[in-house]
Design a protein around this ligand. Structure first.
Ligand code: AMP
Length: 652
């Protein structure tokens, strides 16, 4: 039988949880998995009643009469902003710091306690109400990473309006599409946002977008970067004119558990963006529990999720999970490389950060930049590290573990998607033996499997398609305005009650999951179906390599041949010998048949705005074709540079 995806790399390193970590951990033994497996409904209901403050407690748990349109806790009533703010202040926790915010321009810092945040959210909610926002409306938020961004999200939640946060790096056209798809009536933005020392003129982009969005009545504008902006009287309103003057009290709306909390559009690569729709109670519960279990948060932690609120990671693990858990967080406005690759480590040292969560793309960039950027900092406050967004190559994982975590901090590799709302597969750091490159196992209450083309579970040790087999509270409820596409994208391939993730995975002999990337990226070479992740991991395992991307390019004989794009570490020069050594390295790590037929050195890789490699464009480069649509790239110019570097090496 041809395997759905063959797996080739063997990673044998294992790191059990440090005894001292387990001794103090929130979850210190594995009984929680059994408890969840015995009766997952009762398990989730018990947590829902304990962890959420309800206006009206639910009596229904899961309505599964019409899959895949599941409903959770459907007769419950609550307000998410109440759960994130009011209840902590009422319990005497108002003076605790919610966010220490650090601006990109040096030395800018703001501290917001839970009381501060509650007052600001209430003022913002009152101001939005004055602008006509009502329960059931949709509000677009297009801002940089300033404290007012979570304030705006929570203000919408307080009023019962769904927010649709659009990452501040998207173009005016992308913003207009998203505003129109959701029929937003208000947009919240800034004059500009700081990005790598430059001002991104957000208000200019909003003005451009709003030419084609007839439904927008008002734009609420925060002054951040201070440049002159065009102004449309009657439509545009300054934040500083209306928010500070509004009352700091605003009663939270009573929301049904299944009312929409927010929409978040996933970019995809070419297709029309999908408006992922999350509802109120189940989503909140998924964030609360996973944040406690996976990050082991304790009252004295300083927690830093270095994502942007424009992505689901920011929604669930900067805003909703941490605030509902009364956590103290660091929030940073800028990117890791500005003004230098030391920026994050300087922040960790200064603020005594204890939990740090970032993406593999950042970790590989740190490796490339060199250890000197972190060597002079005291990172001893760190006790737990996390990663999300892509498969992490074992060597990047080892670097993170030894250099950032001093060989002492557990790493939680968290697999999940915008669609799943919260983490689905990850270690419990006090319980799980971790392995470099494995997300380990499904969280309590989540059932993940690897299946073949027919949907049958593959034996341990083999690869296939990753599916989720049982509904979970934070699951997406639909795609905004498109139930049919919701069903056909996620719930058709293996049946209406099996969620297809679109990812490939393998389970090892212990049952641990190893993510293999998107199944669309699988390479078919000489009858073997192999994942890009494994070839990339083999390459990154070579000491000269910082980052790599593998794709399958058409080959007249083999059908497809493997083509690898390789970025070398700073200070290492490309050469014919090195190319040969890297090809040989893949052959010894994986097997001769997986040897790249083409290996090109590049200085960059095409990435989406959330940092994921866009392999389709590399395929165009390798096959010498005209480049496809590059508009969703963070920097479209990069593909042209790669193309000319490739053409030079190939003598084209
Ligand atoms: P997004 O919805 O943009 O957050 O992207 C979700 C996708 O990112 C998943 O379907 C995976 O392909 C990838 N992904 C996220 N986290 C991980 C992880 N820890 N390991 C491997 N892939 C991941």
């Amino acid at each position: 039988m041809v395997e759905a995806i063959e797996t080739l790399l063997e990673e044998r390193r294992r790191i059990p949880p440090p005894a001292a970590f387990t001794a103090a951990a929130r979850v210190a033994d594995a009984t929680i998995y059994d408890e969840a497996a015995t009766d997952f409904r009762a398990f989730w209901m018990g947590h829902a009643l304990r962890e959420i403050s309800w206006f009206r407690e639910p009596t229904e748990i899961l309505d599964d009469r019409n899959p895949p349109f599941y409903r959770w806790f459907a007769d419950g009533e609550l307000n998410v902003s109440y759960n994130c703010l009011d209840r902590h202040v009422a319990a005497g926790g108002g003076d605790k710091v919610a966010y220490t915010w650090i601006g990109e321009p040096a030395d800018e810092e703001r501290v917001l306690t839970y009381s501060d945040l509650l007052a600001e959210v209430s003022r913002c909610a009152n101001a939005l109400r004055e602008l006509g926002v009502r329960k059931g409306d949709r509000v677009a938020i297009y801002m940089g990473m300033v404290p007012e961004l979570p304030v705006a999200m929570l203000a919408c939640a307080r009023l019962g309006a769904a927010h649709s946060v659009v990452f501040g790096g998207f173009s005016a056209a992308a913003l207009a599409d998203r505003i129109n798809d959701a029929s937003c009536n208000v947009v919240i933005t800034c004059d500009g946002a700081w990005r790598r020392g430059q001002v991104v003129p957000l208000k200019v982009l909003v003005d451009e977008a709003l030419v084609s969005t007839p439904g927008v009545e008002h734009v609420l504008v925060l002054r951040r970067t201070g440049q002159e902006v065009a102004w449309q009287e009657g439509r545009d309103v300054w934040w500083h004119d209306v928010v500070p003057a509004a009352s700091p009290e605003c009663a939270p709306e009573r929301m049904n558990a299944e009312d929409v909390l927010y929409l978040l559009y996933t970019s995809g690569t070419t297709a029309k963006p999908k408006g992922i729709c999350h509802t109120t109670a189940g989503y909140l519960l998924g964030c609360i529990m996973s944040h406690q279990w996976v990050f082991d948060v304790r009252p004295d932690d300083v927690y830093w999720c270095a994502a942007d609120c424009g992505w689901v990671t920011g929604h669930s693990y900067i805003v909703y999970g941490p605030l509902a858990n009364h956590t103290t967080g660091v929030m940073y406005e800028g990117t890791p490389e500005h003004p230098s690759w030391s920026r994050h480590w300087e922040i960790v040292q200064r603020h005594r950060v204890s939990i740090y969560y970032t993406a593999p793309t950042a970790i590989r960039a740190f490796v490339k930049a060199g250890d000197e950027h972190l060597a002079r900092f005291d990172l001893s406050s760190l006790r737990l590290l996390g990663t999300v967004g892509e498969p992490i190559n074992p060597e990047a994982w080892m670097w993170y573990h030894s250099r950032v975590g001093r060989g002492e901090c557990p790493i939680v590799d968290t697999w999940w998607q915008t669609e799943t709302g919260s983490i689905m597969i990850a270690p419990l750091p006090g319980v799980t033996t971790i392995k470099p490159g494995s997300a380990t196992r499904a969280l309590p209450g989540v059932v993940a499997q690897v299946v073949d083309e027919q949907g049958a579970e593959v034996p341990l040790g083999s690869g296939g398609y990753l599916v989720l087999k049982q509904p979970w509270p934070s699951m997406l409820r639909t795609l905004w305005g498109d139930d049919d596409r919701f069903v056909s994208t996620y719930w058709s391939r293996f049946g209406r009650d099996v969620y297809f993730t679109g990812d490939g995975a393998r389970r090892d002999e212990d049952g641990d999951f190893w993510l293999l990337g998107r199944v669309d990226d699988v390479i078919n070479v000489a009858g073997h179906r192999i994942s890009t992740t494994e070839i990339e991991s083999a390459l990154v395992g070579h000491p000269a390599v910082a980052e790599a991307a593998a794709i399958g390019a058409h080959d007249a004989i083999k059908g497809e041949q493997i083509c690898a794009f390789v970025i070398l570490k700073d200070g290492i020069d490309q050469s014919v010998e090195l190319r040969g050594a890297l090809v040989a390295h893949v052959a010894t790590q994986i097997g001769k048949f997986a040897r790249p037929g083409m290996l090109l050195f590049t200085t960059d890789l095409p990435k989406t705005r959330s940092g994921k490699i866009m392999r389709r464009l590399l395929k165009d480069v390798a096959e010498g074709r005209e480049l496809g649509d590059a508009t969703t790239l963070r920097d479209p110019a990069i593909v042209l540079a790669i193309k000319s570097q490739a053409d030079a090496q190939l003598g084209r």
